[in-house]
Design a binder for this molecule. Structure first.
Ligand SMILES: [Zn+2]
Length: 339
């Protein structure tokens, strides 16, 4: 038994001294001290040893085990130090090299324009209000005086979730929700995404952004509408900007108009930007239809108001002289970096 232990110890030392990696060293440890290791086998054979010899042999096994563990630990430290040394030599770090710059993003041109629009209207005392993009048919159409047979309600133009729920085609439902609260007067703009079943081309997208405005108070007239939107145009496109109103039809306003602004490139002389017209169409507007007021429990005999809606992308494209709406959605960093 004594000789067997001595042999295990000698062989272990020889193997340990030959180990050249931590993995190999671990393998040696398992082979000798592991559950099925050589030394463990010896311990299992203790039952065959005479009882009076057991304390001595037991002590001897323990001494052998301790001796091997000590040598293993020494070797492990040596190998670990060598591995670290090697790693440090291989991975030379040049501390004088410039650090990697983190790339900082910036606002999308649409967001820059929206900030500008909000700034202008907040400056005039408006509140910015948001509402759901998935909306009841009632808020999107009916409460806005759009009858059931109106072409806008066609499945060709609108994404229906079911008979009662649609992806809003305009941000006007936000205005209805605000009117329903019954807190008057109202001065608000409602920016947000809207959805229409359009094919993608240079001027259309199934998802785009609108900014709609609503004012309701006593004695609001078309003069207020005109004054407000003229001031808005001046702040957005420059002090010299003039506005022009052309009669139009919307179900939710009466009378309704489309507003043009003088071309900010040529000041109305006519250029490529305005296709020689001198004017650029910018938004739709009108006096809130009495039916719309009534449906939200506002008395049209006491209150009146005006509303307007502008396509955010339209403003962004004009402001930055971009000729294709698709560029705003393609997330091409080379394009977006320019703003
Ligand atoms: Zn022009």
């Amino acid at each position: 038994m004594k000789e067997r232990l001595q042999k295990i110890k000698d062989e272990a030392i020889a193997k340990i001294n030959l180990a050249d990696s931590l993995d190999k060293l671990n393998e040696i440890r398992v082979n000798i001290l592991g559950k099925k290791g050589e030394l463990t086998e010896v311990l299992k054979g203790m039952k065959d040893v005479l009882p009076e010899d057991r304390p001595v042999i037991g002590q001897l096994v323990n001494d052998t085990r301790n001796a091997i563990e000590t040598i293993l630990d020494d070797m492990k430290n040596k190998l670990a130090a060598a591995a670290r040394e090697k790693q440090l030599k291989e991975e030379v770090i040049d501390v004088t090299l410039p650090a990697k710059k983190s790339v900082i993003g910036h606002k999308h041109p649409n967001a820059i324009c929206l900030d500008e629009l909000e700034r202008i209207f907040i400056g005039m005392g408006y509140e910015v209000v948001e509402g759901p993009e998935v909306e009841y048919d009632y808020y999107n159409f009916e409460a806005l005086n759009i009858p059931a047979n109106h072409p806008a309600k066609d499945e060709q133009d609108t994404f229906y979730i079911n008979n009662e729920i649609v992806l809003r085609t305009q941000t006007s439902p936000v205005q209805v929700r605000e009117m329903e609260k019954g807190k008057l007067p109202i001065r608000m703009i409602a920016p947000g995404r809207v959805f229409r079943s359009d094919e993608v081309d240079a001027t259309h997208s199934p998802c785009f952004n609108q900014v709609e405005g609503l004012v309701i108070d006593k004695n609001i007239t078309f003069a207020d509408l005109k004054g407000t939107l003229a001031q808005f145009a001046k702040e957005l496109f420059g002090e010299d900007t003039k506005v022009k109103f052309r009669p139009h039809h919307f179900p939710f306003t009466e009378p309704s108009a489309e507003m043009d602004v003088t071309c900010f490139k040529c000041n109305g002389k006519g250029c490529r930007m305005c296709k020689g017209e001198g004017w650029i169409e910018i938004l739709g507007c009108g006096m809130v239809h009495p039916n719309v007021l009534r449906m939200s429990n506002i008395d049209p005999e006491e209150y009146s108001g005006f509303a307007f809606g502008v396509g955010l992308e339209r403003i962004t494209l004009l402001k930055y002289e971009i000729d294709d709406m698709r560029l705003l959605y393609e997330n091409d960093i080379r394009f977006l970096k320019q703003f």
